[in-house]
Design a protein around this ligand. Structure first.
Ligand code: PMP
Length: 322
């Protein structure tokens, strides 16, 4: 779907996957006015296909657009575009289990020009790709690197938007994590470098017995849809679920004194991933016994059961294809 200043959204079309041709002076290539989303379509037990909370993705896409001086795509158009693509590709929606069809809606400036200003032309597209189970061999805890050198986002910056630049800025820290033998980066706040924000592509939860806590939305972390869903699902299961503030010192101390029983990350791609070990320039510890925790696995099952239609959708989160 195209957007042009003065004309709005126009020319929606469904076309076979193919390379785009671009002018070398395309504004996106230079100034990165680009946003995206990620969501999944799951096969349901009756053979139909449903997406999980697409309206939440559509609304986050609008918030990202506002931050990046881009036009807001109406939520109905966003959902319709995803539905049209899934219908076209329904043969690719995997049959069962945790496998899904991953959808990547995105928008970028399609205008040509070298002046730095908001573009007047944009292109919104959706591509799809079948995604297997994230942990085909069973859930495996990840090791994380606390990034004290780099920051992902600052107050007033673009941290709460799903824009390409945030991910570009994170790559050097991801490479640093890998060089220390860690799977993922954990980002800290930009001012004191001690408040836990989020992981490279997932939000974090801290489990204190039957109380689970996720870092509050400070404006510099992404408001994850999985994160939001788990606040509700955890309460449904009888846990206390809340937003709070946790420092790296809290994490280390509460793990040592045994009050912090589990830590997990959550996001569309992996749903829920246990955190098994933590490293930084100054510290190195095993989270709990390093194995997937009971609460983590219970929440993971509850969310996946809902997404795959094995339990009732009591919150109206599943969007069936018409
Ligand atoms: N944080 C970041 C930086 C992410 O890229 C993602 C993935 N979209 C998340 C958190 C988790 O968000 P969601 O649950 O909506 O996938």
């Amino acid at each position: 779907i195209k957007w042009t200043e003065g004309r709005g959204w126009h020319d929606a079309e469904l076309v076979p996957y193919a390379p785009l041709s671009m002018d070398p002076a395309n504004m996106t290539l230079h100034y990165a006015q680009t946003i995206f989303e990620g969501l999944k379509a799951y096969k349901q037990p009756d053979g139909t296909v449903a997406t999980f909370r697409p309206r939440a993705n559509a609304e986050r896409f609008q918030a990202s657009a506002r931050r990046m001086a881009m036009p807001e795509l109406p939520a109905e158009l966003f959902i319709e575009a995803c539905d049209a693509l899934i219908k076209q590709d329904s043969a690719w929606v995997p049959d069962s289990g945790e496998a899904s069809l991953y959808l990547r809606p995105f928008m970028f400036a399609s205008e040509v020009g070298l002046g730095v200003r908001p573009a007047n032309e944009f292109l919104f597209m959706v591509i799809a790709s079948p995604a297997g189970a994230y942990f085909p061999g069973g859930v495996k805890p990840v090791s994380v690197w606390l990034s004290e050198e780099y920051v992902r986002a600052v107050k007033g910056g673009t941290g709460a938007a799903k824009t390409g630049g945030n991910y570009a800025a994170s790559l050097v820290a991801q490479a640093q994590a890998a060089s220390h033998g860690c799977d993922q980066v954990v980002w800290l706040d930009a001012v004191e470098h001690r408040w836990i924000e989020e992981m490279g592509g997932m939000n974090l939860y801290f489990v204190y017995g039957d109380r689970i806590v996720t870092p509050e939305l400070t404006g510099s972390l992404l408001p994850g849809i999985t994160r939001d869903s788990l606040l509700t699902i955890a309460r449904d299961l009888g846990y206390t679920a809340e937003e709070g503030r946790i420092t790296t010192e809290d994490w280390k101390r509460d793990n040592e004194n045994g009050t912090l029983t589990e830590v997990f990350a959550c996001g569309t791609a992996a749903v829920i991933t246990p955190v098994g070990s933590v490293k930084s320039e100054r510290a190195n510890w095993t989270q709990g016994d390093g194995e997937p925790g009971e609460v983590t696995m219970k929440l993971r099952k509850a969310l996946l059961d809902l997404q795959t239609g094995r339990t009732a959708d009591t919150h109206g989160w599943m969007h069936p294809l018409g």
